[in-house]
Ligand binder design. Structure first.
Ligand code: CP3
Length: 352
């Protein structure tokens, strides 16, 4: 007999079919805090080898779902596979993070193209593998970095708090910087469309370094306009695909982001007053509001009573809107596995 098919609860919430579930998944839910991840990563040899091996990437994508009652799997890859496919010599240095060949002149931007498609292909293949294994009530999430965040890494050549090289670049050469964003926007759009074709039901767009462009005019030009183009192109082909935008640390600009972009959900970091955001977004937004977040990863790392109180508070504050429980940023690698078990148990105990 056919199993009764149930739509993933996370998708139900994104479609505003309100039920009493509180869907939950965690950014970086597959990662170094899990012993079984460390084992597979060792077998792969490096983080990038793991990203490039569709079978192993699918395996680590599934690992957190085998351990915890999560509502979604996020495909295992990295936002920097796009510059890698543009032949920018990406490597990850242990305990230091990503390193790339920095973009230094106009010619490099004019000539920028995807030269190594084979660095993007494994993600489509691993989406296919995961899709077959995933239970019907779990959502499959694909993702990409937003153009500004990827451009920031490509100019800086590494991660940074204030991306000062990138800032100097866009002040000195705004037109050229916009051309770089335009080119990246095309690559990212294609990458996301291919992920949807391969089975992603939700996509999340990570603008992890929104804070670097927080001047109002720059935020619109660099963070809103390019993402708007991506969303509009995708919606032309897939009008109903669920899209989550995450302009991390965008402070007051979360409001502009929510007003301007046709996203189904906004993921929010922990450094924002949730009541303020909900109140103001409700006033400016006719659409059904869905927010994702926003427990601080440091509180998850600590666990215990303080974490339980924070989780309960988040569930209370978000109770008037559609809410997907998540962190404000990725799981920290020292996080004890028991804390995640307690997090899920606490959330489930609040479901009606
Ligand atoms: O969330 C998930 O579980 C899915 C997988 C995922 C990874 N990176 C795996 C990863 C996702 C969605 C990302 C996105 C990503 N990658 C972002 C946006 C989100 C954010 O964190 O702001 C960014 C900025 C990157 C670039 C990147 N990748 C950085 C800065 C680092 C940190 C370097 C380090 O050593 O911690 C990575 C590495 C990375 N990406 C790891 C994982 C599991 C750790 C790699 C390892 O196993 O050593």
């Amino acid at each position: 007999m056919d199993k009764v098919k149930k739509k993933p609860s996370l998708i139900e919430v994104l479609n505003n079919n309100n039920n009493n579930n509180i869907p939950v998944w965690l950014m970086r839910q597959a990662g170094r805090y899990l012993p079984e991840y460390r084992e597979v990563r060792k077998k792969a040899g490096s983080f990038l080898n793991l990203c490039m091996n569709a079978k192993l990437a699918a395996e680590v994508t599934m690992q957190p779902l085998r351990r915890f009652d999560l509502d979604a799997a996020i495909i295992f890859s990295d936002i920097l596979t796009i510059p890698m496919a543009c032949n920018r010599n990406l490597k990850f240095v242990e305990n230091e993070g990503p390193r790339l060949k920095p973009i230094e002149n106009e010619r490099e931007i004019l000539e920028l193209k995807i030269t190594n498609f084979e660095y993007l292909e494994p993600v489509y293949e691993s989406l296919g593998i995961v899709k077959k294994q995933l239970k019907i009530d779990k959502a499959l999430i694909g993702f990409a970095g937003a153009p500004f965040t990827i451009a920031a890494y490509m100019i800086e050549g590494k991660g940074s708090v204030n991306f000062s090289k990138c800032v100097s670049f866009f002040y000195a050469n705004e037109k050229l910087f916009l051309l770089l964003l335009d080119k990246l926007e095309n690559f990212i759009t294609n990458h996301l469309i291919k992920q949807i074709e391969a089975g992603a039901e939700v996509i999340q767009i990570f603008e992890s370094h929104a804070k670097v462009a927080l001047d109002e005019n720059k935020f619109k030009l660099f963070c809103i306009d390019p993402v708007n183009k991506i969303i509009n192109k995708i919606r032309k082909i897939y009008p109903d695909i669920a899209i989550i935008g995450f302009p991390r640390n965008a402070e007051h600009s979360y409001l502009e982001y929510g007003k301007s972009l046709n996203v189904d959900c906004i993921s929010i970091d922990q450094n924002i007053n949730i009541e303020w955001l909900i109140k103001n977004l409700k006033m400016t937004n006719n659409r059904n509001l869905c927010l994702q977040g926003n427990l601080a990863p440091e509180i998850l790392l600590e666990g215990g009573e303080k974490m339980i109180a924070s989780i309960n508070n988040i569930i209370d504050v978000f109770s008037s809107i559609n809410h997907i429980f998540n962190l404000g940023h990725g799981v920290i690698k020292e996080t004890p596995v028991e804390n995640i078990e307690l997090l899920i148990k606490t959330i489930r105990s609040r479901e009606k």
